[in-house]
Design a protein around this ligand. Structure first.
Ligand code: 4G0
Length: 244
């Protein structure tokens, strides 16, 4: 997969993209990220990319010409063009199904807005999709674009965790993860739950499933509406919700 990022701050990306599992995946060539400075497509000698809002009001708006030129140039540089996605608090919320949808594309163009927003004509005529990483406003779309790159790269074959079986995926579908422990078995006066040291794999799997259910009931009861649970699992959830 190839991801092109259009931004006024390309220098923000390498420290994040080169770190951790994402860095390893990109170095291994699992995906390519190409960074482009929108300012390079500004027409005037001062490289102006923003202007006052028609109708007045506080803050600046990103001008259409540099953004349109950047999108068209980057679209032309590889085929097929792929989806052009604007990161904006007004977009559809990024959830795992949205990540799965983006991850199958051969190409993505991520557009990072700044100032108070982007000229509406760009949104209407040059952008295919608008995505928000959550209901809050950032000073720019860059952190949101990094979130999309990370989430999408995790799905590429060869990245740690991407080979989870359909069986494992659908089992954990829509529930929070169970608690994890590693050595030492006793840290200060805090033991690891005994069951995890027992070697009884079936019992461990049961315990983990129960922990996932309890956690989800406590922290994200909204997720339970969509989860596929057995009668026994529904009972565990009901008991946990009643225990206040
Ligand atoms: C476009 C994304 C870009 C429009 C971007 C702001 C939060 C997110 C930006 C605006 C962003 C997110 C209309 C304020 C840049 N902030 N939640 N800031 N407006 O994904």
């Amino acid at each position: 997969m190839r991801i092109d990022v259009l931004t006024l701050f390309p220098e923000m990306f390498p420290p994040v993209l080169n770190a951790s599992i994402l860095g390893r995946a990109l170095t291994a060539g699992v995906a390519e990220v190409h960074l482009h400075n929108i300012r390079d497509w500004a027409a005037d000698k001062h490289s102006v990319v923003d202007d006052y809002a028609y109708g007045g009001g506080p803050g600046m708006v990103m001008k259409p010409e540099p953004l349109a030129a950047a999108i068209e140039a980057v679209r032309g540089s590889a085929k097929p063009a792929g989806q052009t996605v604007l990161l904006t608090p007004q977009g559809r919320l990024l959830k795992q199904p949205v990540v799965d949808e983006l991850a199958v594309e051969a190409r993505l163009i991520l557009v990072c807005g700044h100032y108070e927003g982007v000229d509406e004509r760009i949104r209407e005529h040059f952008v295919d999709d608008e995505i928000s990483i959550g209901d809050y406003v950032l000073s720019g779309g860059e952190p949101a674009a990094m979130v999309v790159v990370d989430a999408v790269a995790r799905h590429q074959p060869g990245v740690l965790g991407s080979e989870l079986s359909l069986e494992e995926e659908s089992h954990a579908q829509g529930l929070l993860e169970y608690p994890q422990y590693t050595r030492p078995a006793m840290y200060r006066d805090l033991p690891v739950p005994e069951i995890l040291l027992s070697g009884h794999h079936a019992e461990i799997a049961k315990w983990r499933r129960r922990q996932s259910l309890i956690r989800t009931a406590r922290r994200r009861p909204d997720l339970l509406a969509k989860a596929e649970l057995s009668e026994e699992e529904r009972r565990i959830v009901r008991d946990e919700m009643a225990a206040d």
